[in-house]
Design a protein around this ligand. Structure first.
Ligand code: ADP
Ligand code: 5GP
Length: 239
């Protein structure tokens, strides 16, 4: 099986509009990779289909599913509820399918804390810039600026969650970003993120990690320009 010897879980999170849904769909085209289709109380976008993009349900039904403990994790995001079905995920994992999640930091935390007997890799996706994010969101939301503004307002807070993830990848060129994610998943990069480091050391680790991801493989001579770029990325957002 490509990727993990035993099926594993791959979590992608990001500020809204950075491209994780697009990436998750691309990853799931590989054999033995499957998306965890979430339940949500938000209304479908014009191109979204029930059962394919989400299971669109009412708030009442969502609350019933919480009571019945049907969710592996669930959270309130941008005024709506979202959750991953325990049964759908576990059944697929048991069948040897690697499961790809497009969920927020709250759900990621819950899955991490469950310590399931499956490998877990968490990846944080960054947009190349705030302006590009605004462009992507405006296009996707069909110029519904109320929704765009609400999501842009959360950008900085969402961005600050990168520290809780194993890997950070910038989605500038979609194909390049996808390839880097597949590399991480397939464990070609053997970099381990030390969770016990201080935040300063974590920042340095992340910068090194970025370099590895950006430069398509570990390098002994690090590119000063890239280091500065990434350092500035975080300083710019005061993270
Ligand atoms: P998210 O799931 O993180 O909210 P989406 O996957 O819905 O983001 O992507 C937001 C918009 O940006 C979509 O219209 C998508 O087609 C577009 N997009 C995604 N990745 C890229 C990229 N690398 N370059 C340009 N546009 C992109
Ligand atoms: P959107 O409305 O753009 O599809 O998703 C909004 C946010 O909810 C995104 O950050 C997305 O990752 C998150 N999300 C989608 N499904 C789930 C889920 O099942 N659980 C959690 N915790 N977050 C989710």
């Amino acid at each position: 099986m490509p990727g993990f010897r035993k099926a594993g879980m791959i979590v992608l999170s990001s500020p809204s509009g950075a491209g994780k849904t697009t990436l998750v769909k691309k990853i799931s085209k590989n054999r033995n990779y499957s998306i965890s289709i979430s339940h949500t109380t938000r209304l479908p976008r014009p191109n979204e289909k029930n059962g394919k993009d989400y299971f669109f349900i009412s708030k009442n039904n969502f609350k019933k599913l919480i009571k019945k403990k049907e969710f592996l994790e669930h959270a309130k995001v941008f005024d709506n509820y979202y959750g991953s079905s325990k049964k759908l995920v576990i059944d697929k994992l048991k069948k040897g399918q690697n499961i790809v999640f497009d969920i927020d930091w709250q759900g990621t935390r819950q899955i991490k804390n469950k310590n399931l007997n499956y490998k877990l890799v968490t990846i944080f996706i960054l947009p190349p810039s705030k302006n590009e994010l605004l462009k992507r969101l405006t296009k996707r939301e069909n110029k519904n600026m109320k929704t765009v503004k609400k999501r842009m307002k959360e950008f900085k807070k969402d961005l600050s969650r990168w520290k809780e993830y194993d890997y950070v990848v910038i989605n500038d060129n979609l194909q390049k970003c996808y390839k880097n994610i597949m590399k991480i998943i397939k464990r070609k990069n053997k970099i381990v993120f030390d969770k016990n480091e201080t935040s300063k050391a974590i920042l340095i680790s992340a910068i090194s990690l970025f370099l590895i991801i950006i430069s398509d493989g570990p390098k002994t001579n690090r590119d000063e320009e890239s280091v500065n770029y990434l350092r500035n990325y975080f300083l710019h957002f005061d993270i």
